[in-house]
Design a protein around this ligand. Structure first.
Ligand code: AQP
Length: 337
């Protein structure tokens, strides 16, 4: 049976946190068993906000190592670095030229991130969703796992493929690009900040205590959880809108401990924060320990990692060049001699 193709990625914009893991990477690990899975480290996206050139390469490699440490298996999926495949930038340029500017100005994430950049906001940040469309469309992806925050970007990728490429340049019944579908995950988790249960956990949050990074030491994890925001109620509960922190920590606890939410609700119903936090800390340290061990092995001897990336690059190059050629042909580019 032909497997449906899935594509996803994370930006190497800092240390990967439990939100990236539980909301994205963990799901890819399941998907690779049933889908033709491509995952990349989207380093071209990482430079749409100010970045440190001294850190970019290391963070890129480190992110790829985290994919493997979390359970991505190169025998079941292709792992590659976005900037190593030049077709991403090339298709992005072509898509830029056929995408109306007013589609881009509607993008919520741009508006949110642009506010933080002030006068320095780049064209790259505005163009982020077109590059994302190029990433997805190059691989003929059937499905793209998306959280709430990325739904609008996927919709844009679909509109570009269907309305701007296929409708304008394809011969009848011979679409050039596959129009991808969103993959709404059963286990899709939105992990909130430890310091504000109403805000998404994020790499770019100025407050380090707002997130647990996958590579945080047990001491640091303990410290961050001690500082995590609480409320004055006794007993923790899910889904009480005035207790977002309780809901967030119970949700995380349930996922990392592998316990059903119903069981967690019973376990934590009558205990206070003082009792819950050590339980939560222990579960977190236990869950992250094997990931950290594997990560350290990979980074101490990067031979395996670089080989995985070389193989991923070959596969990605093959698929992406074919799509790019189809698009260039349809748009009438000179084919060379
Ligand atoms: N808090 C989160 N909960 C669940 N999923 C999350 N993701 C990110 N944060 C959470 C998912 O991780 C994937 C990759 O994210 P990204 O690095 O491409 O960019 P992002 O979504 O903007 O992540 P950050 O951590 O907030 O990064 P910065 O601060 O650099 O912008 C996506 O699938 C995302 O849904």
């Amino acid at each position: 049976m032909i497997q449906k193709r899935v594509l996803s990625g994370v930006q190497p914009t800092g240390s990967i946190h439990i939100g990236n893991w539980l909301g994205a990477i963990r799901n890819w690990v399941d998907l690779q068993d049933t889908h033709d899975t491509f995952v990349c480290v989207v380093d071209l996206h990482a430079i749409t906000v100010p970045h440190d050139p001294k850190k970019l390469a290391n963070e890129t490699l480190s992110t790829a190592a985290i994919y493997l440490a979390c359970g991505m298996d190169p025998k079941k999926c292709s792992i590659f670095i976005q900037s190593e495949i030049t077709a991403h930038s090339e298709l992005c340029w072509i898509l830029n030229c056929i995408t109306p500017l007013n589609w881009m100005e509607r993008m919520i994430q741009f508006k949110e991130k642009a506010i933080k950049q002030g006068d320095n906001v780049s064209i790259g940040l505005l163009d982020y969703p077109v590059l994302m469309a190029a990433d997805i469309l190059l691989y003929d992806s059937d499905l793209v796992p998306v959280g709430e925050d990325q739904k609008q970007h996927l919709e844009l990728a679909r509109d570009i493929a269907a309305q701007r490429i296929n409708a304008k340049f394809a011969k009848k019944d011979h679409p050039i690009l596959k129009v991808p579908q969103p993959l709404i995950l059963k286990n899709g988790a939105k992990i909130m900040s430890l310091t504000d249960g109403t805000k998404k956990m994020s790499k770019s949050d100025q407050n380090e205590n707002s997130r647990i990074s996958l590579l945080d030491s047990p001491d640091l994890i303990t410290k961050k959880i001690k500082k995590a925001k609480t409320d004055s109620e006794i007993g923790l509960e899910f889904n009480n809108p005035i207790r977002p922190e309780a809901n967030n920590l119970l949700n995380i606890y349930s996922i990392i401990s592998g316990k059903d939410p119903e069981d967690v609700a019973i376990e934590c119903k009558n205990i206070g924060w003082g009792k819950f936090k050590p339980l939560f800390t222990e579960a977190m340290i236990t869950a992250l320990s094997p990931i950290q061990n594997k990560y350290n092995d990979l980074m101490n001897d990067p031979y395996e990692l670089t080989n995985v990336l070389k193989e991923g690059k070959i596969k990605a190059e093959e698929v992406s060049q074919e799509t790019l050629k189809k698009v260039k042909n349809a748009l009438g580019f000179y084919k060379g001699s």
